[in-house]
Design a protein around this ligand. Structure first.
Ligand code: MG
Length: 242
């Protein structure tokens, strides 16, 4: 019997990659509008490379962008970038399609709901609170607080402990085959790969750890019914019997 469903946050609950792309593009545009002598494509590609090298939580992206473009430091351009970036993030944060409907349905089914996410705890809470999704979740586990990152088993075990459920009474839903699906499967949880966003074709070597694959969150309640032996099995769902 399934008692708990855990969700990843970025690109599973919050539509973050699309938002980040929009915010970065708007930042570059605003820097150019305020006089930065660079063409859009060069600056944007340089920014993407920089984020890849230094990580998305690095706090000096725009300073370093100027260095990489061989431009002198100009606080006005950096400010223009920061403003456009934050305004976009503030105005366009959206939840993934059918999130609310799905969470509501699962709640009606008596399922406990949790989030298991990596990332900066304040930034992660900011997304949850801005979307006003906090009332739907009984627990939010952020890996920084546990001192490990997904797919480390410790965070999944901790999540199960919070709800006092066994691994086979829980489902993990996430967009990353490695951190979400492989991680959860290793501790014995049921896994649903949400094939969505920029990782939809990545880490495919871990696909064997996904019990189900979905492209729309509204398929989830049906999967829980299948796991509980209540629903009809959908023939296009991949089900592992091992
Ligand atoms: Mg994710």
């Amino acid at each position: 019997m399934i008692k708990a469903v855990f969700f990843d946050l970025d690109d599973t609950i919050a539509d973050t990659s699309r938002l980040a792309e929009m915010a970065r593009k708007n930042a570059i545009e605003n820097m150019i509008r305020h006089g930065m002598p660079a063409d859009f494509d060069t600056a944007y590609n340089e920014l993407l490379e920089l984020i890849k090298e230094y990580g998305s939580n690095f706090d000096r992206h725009f300073d370093y962008l100027l260095r990489r473009l061989d431009l002198h430091y100009n606080p006005k351009w950096v400010a223009a970038g920061v403003i456009a970036y934050h305004n976009t993030k503030f105005a366009y944060l959206r939840e993934v399609r059918h999130v609310r409907k799905t969470l509501l349905k699962l709640k009606e089914m008596g399922i406990l709901l949790g989030i298991i996410t990596d990332g900066n705890p304040i930034k992660q809470w900011e997304k949850i609170l801005r979307l006003e999704l906090d009332p739907y979740f009984d627990e939010v586990l952020i890996s920084d607080f546990v001192g490990v990152k997904k797919p480390h088993p410790k965070i999944f075990r901790k999540a199960l402990g919070k709800f006092d459920v066994k691994a086979d009474e829980a489902v993990m839903v996430g967009d990353r085959l490695y951190s979400d699906i492989y991680g959860a499967k290793r501790v014995g949880m049921h896994t649903v790969w949400f094939r969505y966003g920029k990782y939809a074709n990545s880490e495919i070597e871990y696909e064997k750890y996904a019990d189900f694959t979905i492209e729309d969150l509204k398929e989830l309640p049906g999967i829980i019914e299948v796991l509980n032996g209540e629903g009809k099995e959908d023939s296009d769902k991949k089900v592992h019997t091992d």
